[in-house]
Design a binder for this molecule. Sequence first.
Ligand code: 4AD
Length: 432
Amino acid sequence: MKTKFISIQEALDTGKGEVSIRGWAHRQRGSNKLKFVVLRDVSNIIQCVLKKEDLESQWDEIDKIQVETSLQLTGTLAKDERAPTGYELKVKKVDIIGTSDKFPITKDQSYEYTLDMRHLSIRSRKMIATLKIRSTIFGAIHEYFRAKGFYEYHSPSFTPNAAEGGSTLFKVDYFGKEMFLTQTWQLYAEAGIQALEKIYTIAPSFRAEKSKTSRHLTEYWHAEMEEAWTSFENLQDHAEALLKLIVSKVLKENKKELEILGRDLKKLEPTIKKAFPRMTYDEVLKILETNANMKIPWGKDLRTIEEDELSKMYDTPIIVTGYPKQVKAFYMKEDPDNPKVVQGFDIIGPEGYGELVGASQREEDIDKLIEEIKAEGGDPKEYEWYLDTRRYGSMPRGGFGMGVERIISWICGLDNIKDAIAFPRTMTRTHP
Ligand code: 4AD
């Protein structure tokens, strides 16, 4: 008869009787008569005890079980308070599926080494917990937009245009022609909303970031939305509601994973319970001067240290509106009440996790767009196709982009964004 395997969590929930489980040896120790194997599968870990007297004929093989050997075990469950998850499996039958060499990942290695070996360190409990939370977050983003009637829409990754400034563009030799890897779907989304009205995506974006910070990847997953007929307030409401849904889903579905990561849930709860403070750039300058003695000349973008200082003053994300025109992208709509600033906002994450969301209403005036493209050093001819979106039935429009790894870093309480993705890409990390 074919053996029916259950997950380790199901075995723990059952708590008694005979079960068959399979997974990898997370830890192992023993003597020549007894072997303890802590078995791991995606659901949990469980201590398994293998006795020589019960498994005499296989003992030579069992004796060679190392960390990460893959195994199928059948045995009887028993409560055991000393075991890491409260139960022990008294093993009757062992199948060694894949032997393991001495596993190169151990506790006291450098962070860089674990990144070099990410194809193996991906199996760590913390990495597994983070990747599960990541999956919940992607699911929540799809759920939010689909429930609100948005269509999932896709843009190309090879593009002839810059959208977020030339300094972070990756150039690609495209059969002898210069192309770029996309920084955002936005220009294509702006064409798309004149067909589909409400659209979203989650896709990789590329930034040739020369900065080696704990917040920047060169390839990151970008959740973006674009909406026809929207208003600036509506965009802020969407971004806030989406963040609230993401956090509430993770708190509901990933308690165990947050515990493995040592995350203090109290730091996440205010995001669901409280309205996010909304303030202008001008107000931020005043707050930073009064409360942190930081004097920022009007017109300068907020730097990391300033965003961090601001984030210390609140326990939820903060929506900052009305940035000076000169620090923001060419497509942002000029504020009708103040031409020096744009109708754009950033959302600054709590606890120093930096900018989570970048957003704006889009400029509708084609002449202003052309002026701004030139001011950024671009050639309006290259943007002719985009400018057509304004020539043929333009309307109010806006959207935002959310760096998914920034969200994961914040929710999981990670020290470095490289741990928010399985195989990170940064200026210096290209392997494995
Ligand atoms: O603020 P950004 O540059 O905005 C845009 O790309 C807009 N076109 C989005 C839109 O309106 N559709 O980027 C959006 C977000 C940032 O707030 C940040 O969370 C994330 O993308 N981000 C990065 N995440 C990781 N590594 C990087 N190098 C990032 N650069 C931006």
